[in-house]
Write a protein that binds this ligand. Structure first.
Ligand code: SF4
Length: 283
C-alpha cells in the first residue's frame, strides 16, 4: 500500500501571526529592511526566511539605542514603555500586536485603574506577552506560573485574575479553584482570557493524530505552544515524531512510515511551507 500523507488543515499559523508576517513582508517588499523587536515568530526557519528579505531581529537593548528607524512589533503585544521609547527616539512603529492581546491589555489596564484589587496574571514569567500585560499595571500585577507563586497573593484583598492568551484552560480552572479555597476577601473576579485559536488546537490535534498511523509534528523547541501540542499529539498517537524541518527526516524514519497513513501537523508558529516541504519529502 502506498504511503498516504495528509497535512492537518487546522494546524499552522494563528491569525495573529499571519497578520504580523504579512505586515513584515509588505514592508520588506517595498523597503528591503525592517527591524523586528524580538523573534517575529518562535520558528527559526521562518525567521531565517524573512531575514533573507531584510528583516533584522533586535533585542530590547538594541531597541533602546535605536533612532530614526522603522520597527515592527510582533503579535505578542508590548508594554507602554516600548511606545514611549518610539516617541523619544523617532522610531516609526508597525504595530502587529494581535487584537486579542490588545483587548486583554485594555481590560487589565481598566481593572487596574479601578484600584483596590490585586491583578493576578496566570502566565509564564518573562514571556513577551506577559511582560506587555504586566506593563499595563505599572509592574504591579502578580504573575502566577507555579503553585509557589501564589504565596505572593494577599487572599484577604480583592482579586482580579486574568490569563495569558496561550495558557491551558485546565491550568486556569485549577488556579481559580485554588484561589477560591483560600480567598477571604469580598470580591474575587476571574476572566478566562485564553485565546480559542490556541485552546481549540488541543482537541483538534488529538483527533487528527488518532486518525493517523503516524504523525510528524513540525515545530521549533523555542515554541512553548509547540511543545504542548506535541505532547498532546504523542499521547493520542505514540508514533509521533518531532522534527524542525524536512532535513530531520532520517532514512530510518522514512522507512518506518512506508505504507502508512501519515499526518503532518505543527504549532501556531509553524509555517505551512515547512509542513509542505516535509510532506513532499515523505511522498
Ligand atoms: S494565539 Fe491568539 S492571541 Fe496569540 S497571536 Fe495568535 S490569535 Fe493572537
Amino acid at each position: 500500500m502506498p504511503t498516504q500523507v495528509t497535512i492537518d488543515s487546522l494546524s499552522g499559523f494563528c491569525p495573529g501571526v499571519v497578520t504580523a508576517i504579512r505586515k513584515a513582508e509588505n514592508h520588506l517588499a517595498a523597503h528591503h529592511q525592517l527591524y523586528c523587536l524580538g523573534d517575529i515568530v518562535h520558528n527559526t526557519r521562518e525567521v531565517e526566511r524573512l531575514e533573507k528579505q531584510g528583516l533584522k531581529t533586535i533585542s530590547y537593548d538594541d531597541y533602546k539605542a535605536l533612532t530614526d528607524a522603522t520597527v515592527l512589533l510582533r503579535a505578542h503585544g508590548e508594554p507602554p514603555n516600548t511606545y514611549q521609547t518610539a516617541r523619544l527616539n523617532n522610531i516609526t512603529l508597525i504595530d502587529a500586536s494581535c487584537p486579542v492581546v490588545l483587548k486583554l491589555q485594555q481590560r487589565i489596564r481598566a481593572k487596574y485603574l479601578e484600584g483596590n484589587c490585586q491583578i493576578i496574571i496566570y502566565g509564564k514569567k518573562g514571556h513577551a506577552e506577559v511582560v506587555g500585560l504586566v506593563g499595563q499595571t505599572e509592574g504591579n500585577a502578580i504573575v502566577v506560573e507555579q503553585p509557589e507563586d501564589m504565596e505572593r497573593i494577599d487572599f484577604t484583598r480583592d482579586i482580579a485574575l486574568f490569563s495569558q492568551t496561550t495558557k491551558s484552560i485546565d491550568g486556569f480552572r485549577k488556579l481559580v479553584d485554588e484561589i477560591k479555597k483560600r480567598f477571604t476577601g469580598k470580591n474575587f473576579e476571574y476572566f478566562d482570557t485564553i485565546c480559542r485559536q490556541v485552546a481549540n488546537r488541543i482537541p483538534n490535534i488529538e483527533s487528527f493524530a488518532r486518525q493517523q498511523d503516524a504523525v510528524i509534528f513540525v515545530g521549533d523547541t523555542k515554541s512553548s505552544n509547540g511543545r504542548v501540542l506535541y505532547e498532546h499529539c504523542r499521547n493520542a498517537n505514540p508514533e509521533t515524531y518531532f522534527i524542525a524541518d524536512a532535513q530531520d527526516l532520517t532514512e530510518d524514519i522514512i522507512q518506518r512510515l512506508k505504507g502508512k497513513k501519515v499526518g503532518i501537523s505543527g504549532a501556531t508558529s509553524t509555517p505551512r511551507w515547512l509542513m509542505e516541504a516535509v510532506a513532499k519529502k515523505i511522498k
